[in-house]
Design a protein around this ligand. Structure first.
Ligand code: ATP
Ligand code: MG
Length: 369
């Protein structure tokens, strides 16, 4: 049966254009058209609309959304705009609409948006966690890949990884992927995208785990701007419950932007015989310029041996700030899994590293990060 669709759009040319997309999309039927939400109100009972597409660029329509939702509780409401905007979208979701589309849209985008709305994949609450390390080879990608997968399995909620290690991102290697599109294309196109179209730049690797891979060409890293990165993070937040960001090591404009835009920043170092505590201290001092650094910075040490509470306490003392987690030295397990394009948590779920990751995922799920 076709979706009985109502289109609310004041611009005549746009109205004709969208009408023809709806009519030509199998599974949709255009029941009525109105210029404004005010015109539509009280007029639609007769044909029981299942889908109402509302122009959000007309300021008068926004305040009427809640009333529209109350009057037609069984209809899905989707806002349309020429440009995606995170604030407009959160107002929209707050007033009972289920989704957002950039107009003009294609038939495929319409189908995909409605699918998302009915399976309620738009999230109103999300958590972005970025992983920052002062030095390279600190175990970030190993942690993020396993943690994201554990979080998706344990919570059943949507989880995304964004590989923001712009020059030498290797998240695709950990998951054995050859992506069609990467962070470079996503940032390049971001101003034309809506949450639904951005989602297609991610590779889905499990029921609820998606990855936006890094580019294979280091010289393209320069095309990723701070504004582009900010827009990408904002839009990803509206699609996924958890977003984990891998970053290149050290302070750069992009790593700083990503940390600024994140709810939490995991500050990460690998124990490797010496200076890591000093490096962490120096990085930590820089993050202390945030007023709320105490609630946003979470230090983690990996490759800790023996991996005990005493060691964690010793690192906390040395850093002068609580260390959130210590992860064990499990080189053979993590490297053999990575060589096979698999994750340790899948290959060796009982391994102490896997157990520590599961514990961390459970804490994040409980909001304890
Ligand atoms: N807990 C651990 N115990 C032992 N070895 C580990 C552990 N975690 C990661 N490693 C190993 O350390 C190396 C670096 O890990 P990884 O690639 O995850 O770090 P990274 O911070 O992402 O590095 P890069 O700077 O290249 O992005 C890999 O060889 C990995 O197998
Ligand atoms: Mg890495």
């Amino acid at each position: 049966m076709a979706y009985r669709t109502v289109l609310i759009e004041a611009n005549q040319i746009m109205l004709e254009r969208l009408s023809s997309v709806i009519k030509n999309t199998p599974g949709f039927e255009l029941s009525a058209r109105y210029a404004t939400a005010g015109d539509a109100m009280g007029q639609m009972q007769a044909f029981k609309p299942e889908l109402i597409l509302v122009d959000m660029d007309n300021e008068k329509n926004g305040p009427l959304l809640s009333e529209l939702k109350r009057s037609y509780p069984y209809a899905s409401i989707i806002g349309m705009s020429r440009k995606w905007d995170s604030e407009a979208q959160s107002r929209l979701l707050g007033s009972g609409a289920g989704g957002f589309m950039i107009k003009p849209f294609t038939g495929e985008e319409l189908v995909e948006t409605v699918k998302n709305v009915t399976s309620t994949t738009m999230v109103s609450q999300s958590e972005v966690i970025s992983f920052f390390s002062p030095k390279g080879k600190s175990g970030k990608t190993t942690l993020i890949s396993n943690l994201a997968s554990a979080l998706a399995q344990r919570t059943g909620e949507s989880v995304a990884i964004i590989d923001g290690d712009l020059q030498f991102g290797d998240m695709s290697v950990f998951f054995n992927l050859t992506p069609q599109s990467t962070i470079v294309e996503a940032v390049r196109d971001i101003s034309f995208l809506s949450p639904v179209t951005l989602k297609s730049y991610f590779v889905q690797v499990g029921d609820n785990l998606s990855i936006l891979c890094g580019t294979s060409k280091p010289d393209l890293a320069e095309t990723v701007t701070m504004d582009g990165m900010t827009s990408l993070i904002h839009m990803a937040k509206s699609i996924f419950r958890y977003v984990l960001m891998d970053l290149s090591s050290g302070f750069t404009d992009i790593t700083c932007t990503a940390c600024e835009e994140s709810d939490k920043t995991v500050l990460m170092a690998m124990v490797n015989g010496g200076y890591e505590v000093q490096h962490m201290k120096r990085a930590f001092e820089i993050f202390q310029c945030w007023d709320d650094y105490k609630t946003r910075i979470r230090p983690v040490f990996t490759r800790v041996n023996p991996c005990t509470e005493e060691e964690r306490a010793a690192f906390s003392k040395a850093l002068g700030f609580p260390v959130y987690h210590v992860l064990p030295n499990e080189y053979l397990a993590v490297s053999s899994a990575a060589d096979n394009g698999r994750l340790v948590i899948d290959q060796e779920p009982d391994n102490p590293f896997s157990q520590a990751i599961m514990g961390m995922a459970d804490e994040i799920a409980k909001g304890k990060i």
